[in-house]
Design a protein around this ligand. Structure first.
Ligand code: ATP
Ligand code: MG
Length: 636
């Protein structure tokens, strides 16, 4: 393998992208027809920019499509194979999942939850988390999941914003051998929120918790319910969920998704990008607290009757080989993970994946950040043994599902390490300049989506104005995702990082991903983050933060070597003025590097909203590194 790899798999019913490009609305209608509708729509798309309403007049239910449709064909197929950090196992068939979901839906009704009400879900990665989403969807309640690693303050803000009437949580969750008492955190979060009527508590870790009047125990309430519950026939545009974004660039936004359009997008893309087969064992390592979990753990896989692995705990605990052991034990065929996880595993070396049997794998996905070409190659070679295509999927909480991704079997196109290739069928994108003009091939610009697509958000919860400003005010009638990119002469898209983080050095614009990938291509480097601070002459001066691989010693010589490496790979213009070695980078809980935080610290500014920061210790470390740097500069 040198720089390209052909993908030839695929059972797609579309054979070329042009099937879709002639009339994308008609194309999406054809896709929507593959779902189960109680009543067919009369209008495929009502588009009053920037508000899109897909499949208007149609009646549908997400839980019905994810469960009942499958149960009719294969009730005994395994839906979830769950494993806990301590090795405990559980399995649920589609039939079992349907009856559990129905009981829970009846329980929610008994608590007074009605169509359109919001229900907050704060659970660890256990099957009951999936059940909670589907139970809400079954009765038309809007679920709003909060990642179980979040603090009381983060929960309070989100519950306050969504005005959830019921919260579903558990006594605790397990992480790295510790039990985190989720119920206590919820109690603290909602102590003064009187509109929360009930807290439904799942017994999972069996730690001691206080049960008050507003609490209901899951195993008492749910067990007593009937295991049948008719799925509500809902408008296609009925809201399915609110989900807050990762908060990489600022305060998280409450993204609101609808039902019919969203399901169509997720159903189609899950089939296309993963080339899903009945025999697959699928494992997505995301938490359901993120959109990847909503679309590609819950709705996408279940609508296709997929068997999937669900794991509660850290992928490198109790051993750094945990992920590889799971793949080998369950003969996982499709793995979907993140560049940040891959960089962590790369840091541990090749020995661990090499000593586990990964031969069942046939397709490898990635999402969340640009994948550095070096990491792509490692994933391809060491994990996929050069026989699995790398499916790099670009998308956002707002887009509902993948918009850029290779599609196996569709026009056997070569893969290029580091590019998510081309837009999926039915989606049209462009890379444009500040004035909205398409840039020539191989030039840098802003990525925009030029047509509405079915998975697009309805709006931001309770804030149509912010929805308009954030996504639709930079360019007229074009969706602005806020990412910087290149479209090459073959039409492949290369993501260069966030538009807000673009570095402007002596008249040149550099995406953060360009520099960071250049660092990662050096064998000493595990991870890197760069940011720019104002510079009188150059416009901006580049500061870089570098995490070295296990066992590599940080020295002044290495610093010089790395700066030279950047000069050689990108050019002298890109040479960072300052380089700090650190042990970890500030990241969101979903694993994305928070560059705005580095920038604020380097500029000595306030660091803004850090409610989604993974580990506050990383901030102290960066501060210390910057202080040391300042002292060295002062001495010069
Ligand atoms: P916020 O909007 O609150 O700052 P966020 O943008 O990190 O948070 P998400 O919706 O989780 O929230 O992430 C979407 C972003 O992740 C994209 O805009 C893009 O910057 C990045 N991203 C996702 N997948 C890819 C990919 N395959 N390649 C490059 N970047 C990606
Ligand atoms: Mg975003």
């Amino acid at each position: 393998m040198d720089s390209t790899f052909e993908i030839g798999l695929g059972n797609n019913d579309i054979k070329t992208r042009s099937d879709a490009s002639q009339d994308s609305i008609k194309f999406w209608e054809g896709q929507a027809a593959k779902l189960y509708w109680f009543e067919k729509w009369h209008t495929a798309l009502e588009w009053s920019p920037p508000f899109a309403r897909w499949f208007v007049g149609g009646k549908i239910n997400a839980s019905y499509n994810a469960l009942d449709v499958i149960v009719k064909k294969s009730p005994n197929k395994k839906a979830i194979i769950w494993e806990g950090e301590d090795g405990t196992k559980r399995e649920l068939t589609y039939q079992e999942l349907l009856s559990e979901v129905s009981k829970l839906a009846n329980a929610l009704k008994s608590l007074g939850v009605k169509k359109g009400d919001r229900v907050t879900v704060y659970l660890p990665m256990v099957p009951e988390l999936i059940m909670s989403l589907l139970a809400c969807a079954r009765i038309g309640a809007i679920h709003t999941v909060i990642f179980s690693g979040f603090s009381a303050k983060s929960i309070r803000d989100r519950v306050e914003d969504s005005k959830s009437k019921v919260i579903i949580t558990s006594d605790g969750g397990t992480r790295r051998g510790n039990v985190i008492s989720l119920k206590d955190i919820v109690d603290e979060a909602i102590s003064d929120l009187d509109f929360v009527e009930h807290v439904l508590v799942l017994e999972h870790t069996k730690n001691n918790i206080i049960i008050t009047k507003r609490d209901k125990k899951w195993h008492e309430l749910v067990a007593s319910m009937s295991s049948t519950c008719d799925a509500e026939s809902l408008d296609s545009t009925h809201p399915l969920y609110i989900l807050y974004t990762s908060g990489t660039t600022g305060k998280p936004k409450g993204v609101l998704h609808g039902t019919g359009g969203y399901l169509t997008h997720v159903f189609s893309t899950f089939k296309w990008i993963f080339d899903i087969q009945d025999s697959d064992i699928y494992f997505c390592t995301a938490d359901i607290g993120w959109v990847t979990g909503h679309s590609y753990i819950v709705y996408g896989p279940l609508m296709h009757g997929t068997t999937q692995i669900m794991y509660e705990g850290a992928l490198d605990y109790p051993t750094p080989a945990k992920l590889w052991e799971i793949i080998s034990r369950y003969k996982v065929t499709i793995l979907y993970t993140t560049p940040t996880a891959l960089r962590m595993f790369m840091k541990f070396g090749d020995e661990l994946p090499n000593s586990n049997d990964l031969s069942s794998l046939r397709l490898l996905g990635t999402v969340g950040e640009p994948i550095n070409p070096q990491v792509w190659k490692w994933y391809f070679k060491i994990i996929g043994k050069e026989k699995c295509p790398i499916i790099d999927t670009w998308w956002q909480t707002e887009t509902g599902g993948a918009l850029i991704s290779p599609v196996p079997g569709l026009e056997t196109i070569p893969l290029k390490p580091g590019s998510a290739t081309r837009p999926v069928p039915g989606v049209t994108l462009s890379v444009i300049d500040e004035h909205g003009k398409e840039v020539p091939p191989d030039s840098k610009g802003f990525l925009v989506v030029t047509n509405p697509w079915p998975g697009m958000l309805l709006t931001l919860w309770g804030d149509d104005e912010k929805y308009k400003t954030v996504y639709w005010s930079k360019y007229k009638n074009m969706y602005y995702p806020g990412d910087y990119a290149i479209k090459d002469k073959d039409g492949y898209i290369w993501m260069l990082g966030r538009a807000d983080d673009v570095l402007k050095v002596a008249g040149h614009r550099l995406g953060t991903a360009e520099l960071e990938s250049a660092f990662v291509s050096n064998k000493a480097v595990a991870e890197a983050a760069v940011c720019g601070i104002p510079h009188e002459v150059k416009g901006e001066s580049i500061i870089s933060f570098v995490v070295l691989k296990e066992g590599v010693v940080p020295t002044i010589q290495l610093k010089e070597e790395l700066i030279n490496h950047i000069k050689k790979t990108i050019g002298p213009i890109a040479a960072p003025d300052q380089l700090c070695f650190v042990k970890k980078l500030p990241k969101t809980r979903s694993g994305k590097i928070m560059r705005r935080l580095l920038k604020a610290m380097a500029k000595n500014e306030l660091i803004g909203d850090i409610s989604t920061l993974e580990d506050e210790a990383s901030v102290d470390e960066i501060k210390t590194a910057l202080d040391e740097l300042q002292q060295t500069l002062d001495k010069l």
